[in-house]
Design a protein around this ligand. Structure first.
Ligand SMILES: Cc1cc2nc3c(=O)[nH]c(=O)nc-3n(C[C@H](O)[C@H](O)[C@H](O)COP(=O)(O)OP(=O)(O)OC[C@H]3O[C@@H](n4cnc5c(N)ncnc54)[C@H](O)[C@@H]3O)c2cc1C
Length: 391
């Protein structure tokens, strides 16, 4: 029996398992430190209160149980891997493998040179952080409802994809609360801050301009070329000496791969991502693969691909195909995936998209994004339903 171990039940890990299940003479184990699959791409709606927890988290044990034969689920934090002994070490146990797929994703990277940032801000890469953030947002709205006249300053630091989505959805929710909060709505301000000279750096000017206009319509204050120097109890201090008051801050300014459990001999880039060969294996270890955000994945020209759910899934599919081909004794191929496009939710039923070189904005984009999410969610939840039935 060929033992396949997948570390990480995120977008990459689950897709790899979906594709590997049913391969003859294999047994699959999924390890995750959480008992659930966290759909980070939907977190903007959860924070603003437009989506609930059931649209964000899916039980991994139920999902694993939905396969026949079931995938083994082990809940635990991987502390170390031993690629020479082919073992994954958890707190109190070690799991042997023949093929290992590392899919542990990334965490929010609070730059240590920005004094006070980590202590005073929320990240959204972990579900428990999103819980706290949502409660804080609701609490502030309730405070206003009770007539508190104190101004509220919400700062979103980092105007990449996630920062823009979070700021837009919160601003949209506030607009919806207009009839509830009356003139007090003007006492709540959302500011989106980024060190770059634009929001959504690297994206097409059409996408940037559409997002900028929408954020403006939603009364989000944009501050670009704004380097945060330090954060104290009440203010963000910019390098320009400007001080921004805040009630709470969400930091979406960067990520760092979760790769601290690999041996020192594994090469990493400055974001902690594991260097991989064109076959997505670790140099020197043909049976160890890395996929998704934890890996420094490149296109065939050698350009880095962005850490997205889309690339996590494509790299997972490729690795699954490679494993199956190897087991059959067939030839394998280097990874040649690229981004097909991107949907950006911009509050309410509005979005902007870039797809196969075409660009769109408006309500249609929202429904298309919703459809993609629904199909993904349905696939996962049907599997969970089957898992419960079997048990
Ligand atoms: C607000 C927001 C919006 C986004 N929007 C989009 C979007 O629209 N489109 C898009 O393509 N991407 C989007 N992304 C990015 C996308 O969510 C990530 O790229 C994707 O989650 C990466 O998938 P992954 O499988 O590599 O890792 P993850 O999904 O992060 O999964 C990693 C898993 O590994 C587990 N794990 C980590 N360390 C350990 C350990 N030591 N032991 C055991 N288990 C461990 C974690 O618990 C987790 O379940 C967005 C991200 C955010 C935050």
């Amino acid at each position: 029996m060929h033992r396949i171990v997948v570390i990480g039940g995120g977008y990459g890990g689950l897709r790899a398992i979906e594709k590997l299940v049913g391969t003859p003479d294999t047994e699959i184990t999924l390890i995750d430190r959480n008992g659930y699959h966290y759909m980070q791409t939907e977190v903007y709606g959860y924070i603003a209160g437009t989506k609930d927890i059931d649209e964000l988290a899916v039980d991994l044990e139920g999902w694993c149980g939905g396969f026949s034969p079931p995938v083994r689920f082990v809940r635990g934090e991987v502390e170390r891997i031993d690629p020479d002994g082919s073992l994954v070490h958890l707190d109190t146990s070690a799991i042997p493998y023949d093929t290992l797929i590392i899919a542990t994703g990334a965490r929010t990277n609070f730059p240590s040179f920005i004094e006070g940032l980590r202590e005073h801000s929320y990240g959204v890469k972990r579900l428990e952080k999103a819980f706290g953030f949502r409660h804080r947002f609701q609490e502030l709205v309730e405070r206003k409802l009770e007539g508190d006249a104190e101004p509220i300053h919400i700062v979103v630091a980092g105007a990449g994809l996630s920062g823009v989505e979070v700021a837009a959805e919160m601003a949209y929710m506030l607009r919806r609360y207009k009839k509830t909060l009356g003139r007090h709505i003007r006492e709540i301000e959302i500011t989106l801050v980024d060190a770059c000279d634009t929001i959504l750096p690297g994206l097409h000017p059409f996408v940037i301009e559409s997002a900028r206009k929408r954020l403006h319509d939603l009364n989000v204050v944009l501050k670009t070329s704004a380097f945060i120097d330090r954060v104290d109890e009440t203010h963000l201090h910019l390098k320009t000496k400007e001080r921004l008051p805040y009630t709470f801050i969400v930091f979406t300014g960067g990520i760092r791969a979760i790769s601290d459990f690999v041996p020192e001999s594994f090469e990493k880039n400055s974001a902690g991502q594991l260097a991989v060969t064109p076959y997505l294996t670790i140099e020197g270890y043909e049976n160890v693969f890395a996929i998704g955000d934890v890996a420094d994945i490149r296109d065939p020209e050698g350009n880095p691909l962005p850490p997205t759910a889309q690339i996590a899934e494509k790299s997972a599919e490729h690795v699954a195909r490679t494993v199956i081909r190897r087991l059959r004794g067939e030839e394998t191929h280097p990874f040649a995936g690229k981004m097909d496009g991107l949907f950006i939710a911009l509050g309410g039923r509005y979005g902007v998209a870039e797809l196969f070189g075409w660009r769109f904005k408006g309500i249609g984009v929202y429904y298309l994004k919703r459809l993609v999410t629904l199909v993904y969610y349905l696939g996962i939840s049907l599997r969970v339903n089957a898992g419960y039935k079997i048990r």
